[in-house]
Design a protein around this ligand. Sequence first.
Ligand code: NAD
Ligand code: UD1
Length: 350
Amino acid sequence: MKLSANLAPRLLLTGGAGYIGSHTAVTLLEAGCEVTVIDNLSNSSAKSLEAVQKITGRKVSFHQVDLRDTALVEAVLRDEHIDAVVHLAGLKAVGESCEHPLRYYDVNVVGSLHLLQAMKAANVRKLVFSSSATVYGDPKFLPYTEAHPTHPTSPYGQTKRQIEVMLQDLSDSQAGWHFSVLRYFNPVGAHPSGQLGEDPRGIPNNLMPYLAQVAVGKRASLTIHGDDYDTADGTGVRDYLHVCDLADGHWAALQHLIDRASPEFSRCDYFNLGSGVGHSVKDMLHAFERACGKPLPVRVGPRRPGDLPAFWADANHARNELQWQPVRDLDNMCSSTWQWQQAHPNGFND
Ligand code: NAD
Ligand code: UD1
C-alpha cells in the first residue's frame, strides 16, 4: 500500500480497545501516527491496548471515557491536540439490537451525535466512521456497490445508516467537514503476533470466533445455520476480510481524507471495505480445519432468522480511490485466528 511519507497525524480512536480498534491502533502506530484511545470498556479490556503497545513498542494514550460524555470527549480532543478521529465505538450485535433497540440508538446514534458536538467545539473536523455492509439490506443486485440502495433490516443496521445520514447532513451544512464512511464486510482473523485477536463475550454470534472455540474445545460443535440456500453448496456466502487488511484500509482512508482536506469545502465519501469474493460457511469450515489440522464436529441446523443467503462487496471504489486492497487470504485469516485462540483460549483473561 502507498503511504504518504511525511504524514504523522495525532488521532483519536473511539472504541480503540475493541477488536477492530486495537488492530487499527497497531497499523496507525506503525505508520508513525500518535494514537489516543477513548473507550468505556463495555465490550473490551484495556489488556488489548497493553498488547498493542508491546507489539509496536509505542505508547497509546488511553482514557476510559464514554462517547456520550461530550465535555470529557471535548477535553481529550483539546488536550491531546487531535487532528482527526477514527470512530469505531458502538454496539454491534444484531440480535441484541432487536431486543434492546433504544440501547442501540442511545450508544450508536446519540453517542455519535455527542462526539460530533465535541469535535465541533474543539474544531476537529475530520472523521473516519465504521459503518457496515448491513446498511444495504436485501440485495437488489450483487456485488453491492456503494450506490446500492440502503434498507437496513435491524435496529443495529438502522443506527449505522442514521449516523451516515448525520455525517452527510453535517458535511452538506458547512464547509470544512471531511468524512470517510467505511462499510465493512465480514472482518475476521487476528494479528500475526498471536497477541491480539477477537475476544467475544459469552457465546459467539459470528462464524469465525465460533469455529475457533470449537477447534479449541470450548464448544461441542459448529451448527451450520441452513444448507438449503440457493448457493453453490447450499450454505450462506459472505465476504470475509482480514482484520489487518481492514486496519490498513483505515490508514488509507485517513491519508485520503487528510491529503484532500480544505476549509473551502466539505466531503463525505463512502467506501466498501471487502475482498470482493464470497465464501460459503463450508469454505470457512474447511479452511479452518486446514489451519488447525483436524476435522471439526459440525451439525446442520435451520436457517438463522434474518440471515441473507449471500452478499459480497464491489470494492473497486476503495481500490481506485484509496489504493487499498486486501492482501491476506482465507488461510491466513484462519491460521492467525487459530494462533490467537490457541494462545488465549479465554481471550485477554489468559
Ligand atoms: P468491539 O465491540 O470489539 O469494539 C467496540 C468498542 O467500542 C468496544 O471496545 C466497546 O467497549 C466500545 N464502546 C461501546 N460503547 C461505547 C461508548 N458508549 N463509549 C465508549 N466506548 C464504547 O467491536 P468491533 O468488532 O471492534 O467493531 C468496531 C466497530 O466496527 C463498531 O462500530 C461496529 O459496529 C463496526 N463493525 C464491526 C463489524 C464486525 O464484524 N466486527 C462489521 C461491521 C462494522
Ligand atoms: C453478522 C451481522 C452483521 C455484522 C456481522 C459482523 C446478522 C444478521 N448480521 O453478519 O450485521 O456486521 O455479523 O461480522 O447477524 N453461521 C453459521 N453458524 C454460526 C454462525 C454463523 O452457519 O454459528 C453462518 C451464518 O448463517 C452466515 C455466515 O455464517 O451465513 C456468517 O455469519 P456471521 O459471522 O454471523 O456474519 P453475518 O451474518 O454476515
